[in-house]
Design a protein around this ligand. Structure first.
Ligand code: SAM
Length: 483
């Protein structure tokens, strides 16, 4: 493929569905009792779903395909003559983002929105200078500008799915889309939070490597919309042929991957006295992190630096925590505050070399983009409080696909700090830390957390998940006696 073609493929998220898969999807819809009067394929490409729908839904009165790419549309226009009852098929060139969709939904009767939206995120488009984006949007509280500048990343398909759900707000209809599984879950969460009428939803995993030659978790997302119904639990099947499913749902603001286990262990759900925190955020590791080289320190800019150890704390990164490298380190972080918002001017007196270092590197720190730095003392950091300086911690890295807690003690008589990929609990006594570590390592806690974690996510372990286990509940049960 030439570079230009590849760029166009990325901008338009262009992965045409093989006819074999489109047919299998339509057959699945048949099995689910779907019998639409109108079928719409909003980004129809060369038309695998238009063709499969024509074959599978003989009772459909209209089959409409919309596509932005004229070459695809012309090709489909030529082929469609061979499709079953081809006079029902109406093809239109249009851009999803400014197409007048409402005009297509005037008819009574069941509507099926089917297809495979573009597979691309706004920031991938930003990287190639693509412009295939909605122009004026306020998407999930991200404003259009953030979306355009790539500040917040979202899948174009998620935005399209939400539009399709809006079409269904006041009518009966079906949605059947091939999408990334993470997008499907976010969308189903959106239906729940917006209370959009849904009768049933299902996710069927598909083998994206086999059908599209891409390594991504993808699925067929199926929803039946119905104004009167509000059923937001859904089933996940491992394939279109699987007969066993897992029930997923939304409880107390979190998405539960395994409702059966969660319900069995529901008495452990709740807030603990202590809260999981995330590591320090300073957004400038080149200046704020050091490696010890003999008696001096080297920063991320490669400069050898002479500063006091007063404000330096041993640092364990997420990868250290995940790989059990927790007893020593040669990395240090400059921790300029004991609490968020604390004035930093005291550093000048207590550690003059550190202050000079910060001043001479102020340009890097002042360039930190987030607005939070602008409203706080110079050289501020975030994610600090008394919990940062406690001597014992239990930590886990949010990015790794394993539930491995670590009990961490001081290093060189100083409390250990973490980067912001790590979540931790802090303790003043080793005894208390040991007790909670035993609870977290128990099969019960593991089962509880496993019921809430989606391992295909970029950051599968989240503070909302960790904080949903009530550790005190264990103290009043038998579990502790096992240890
Ligand atoms: C992942 S492909 C799938 C094509 C087709 N739905 C299928 O299942 O084979 C996405 C399609 O969306 C089209 N597309 C991308 N951006 C679009 C837009 N803004 N409006 C309409 N179609 C668009 C692409 O040209 C491409 O054909």
């Amino acid at each position: 493929m030439t570079n230009t073609l590849r760029q166009a493929q990325i901008e338009f998220g262009d992965f045409q569905t093989p006819l074999e898969l489109a047919k299998r999807v339509c057959q699945k819809l048949n099995e689910l009792g779907v019998s639409p009067v109108t079928v719409i394929e909003p980004t129809c490409g060369v038309g695998a779903f238009v063709e499969a729908s024509a074959t599978t839904f003989p009772n459909a009165k209209k089959i409409i395909g919309v596509e932005v790419n004229k070459v695809y549309l012309d090709e489909l226009e030529n082929r469609k003559k061979r499709f079953v009852q081809s006079e029902r098929i109406n093809l239109m060139q249009g851009d999803f983002f400014d197409f007048k969709w409402k005009s297509l939904f005037d008819d009574e009767g069941s509507l099926l929105i089917i297809g495979n939206f573009p597979w691309v995120t706004n920031s991938q488009q930003g990287a190639i200078g693509g412009a295939n984006l909605p122009t004026k949007i306020n998407f999930q509280n991200h404003n259009g500008f953030d979306a355009m500048t790539g500040k917040s990343n979202f899948d174009i398909s998620e935005w399209m799915l939400i539009q399709a759900a809006n079409w269904m707000r006041n009518r009966h209809g079906y949605l059947a889309m091939l999408v990334k599984t993470s997008v499907a879950r976010k969308f189903l969460r959106h239906l729940h939070s917006e209370k959009i009428g849904v009768l049933r939803s299902v996710i069927y995993s598909i083998d994206a490597k086999y059908y599209f030659d891409v390594s991504v978790e993808a699925c067929l997302l199926f929803c039946e919309f119905d104004v009167e119904s509000h059923n937001y639990d859904y089933d996940i099947y491992e394939s279109l042929d699987a007969t066993k499913s897992q029930r997923v749902g939304h409880r107390n603001g979190i998405t539960v991957r395994d409702l059966n286990t969660f319900e069995r262990l529901s008495k452990y759900y709740g807030r603990s006295k202590t809260k999981w925190r995330s590591g320090i955020k300073h957004d400038c590791s080149d200046v704020m992190e050091f490696q010890k080289m003999g008696e001096s320190y080297m920063n991320g800019l490669g400069e050898t630096v002479e500063i006091e150890s007063t404000y330096l704390y041993p640092l364990l990164k997420g990868s250290d925590v995940a790989n059990n490298r927790i007893n020593k380190t040669n990395r240090y972080t400059l921790v300029t505050q004991k609490a968020v918002g604390e004035p930093t001017s005291a550093i000048k007196k207590l550690a003059p070399k550190t202050w000079d270092y910060l001043e001479s590197h102020a340009k890097y720190l002042n360039e930190r983009k987030s607005r939070i730095y602008q409203d706080n003392p110079q050289f501020s950091i975030f994610g600090v409080g008394s919990y940062t300086f406690a001597p014992y911690k239990i930590a886990i890295c949010g990015l790794y696909k394993k539930l491995a807690f670590q009990l961490i003690r001081q290093i060189e008589d100083k409390p250990v700090v973490f980067d912001d990929t790590v979540y931790f609990l802090s303790f003043n006594t080793e005894q208390e830390a040991n007790k909670i570590f035993s609870i977290l390592s128990s099969p019960l806690a593991r089962d509880f957390y496993s019921a809430l974690i989606f391992w295909d996510e970029k950051r599968p372990i989240k503070s909302s998940v960790l904080n949903s286990l009530n550790l005190q509940q264990f103290e009043s049960t038998q579990v502790l006696r096992l240890f």
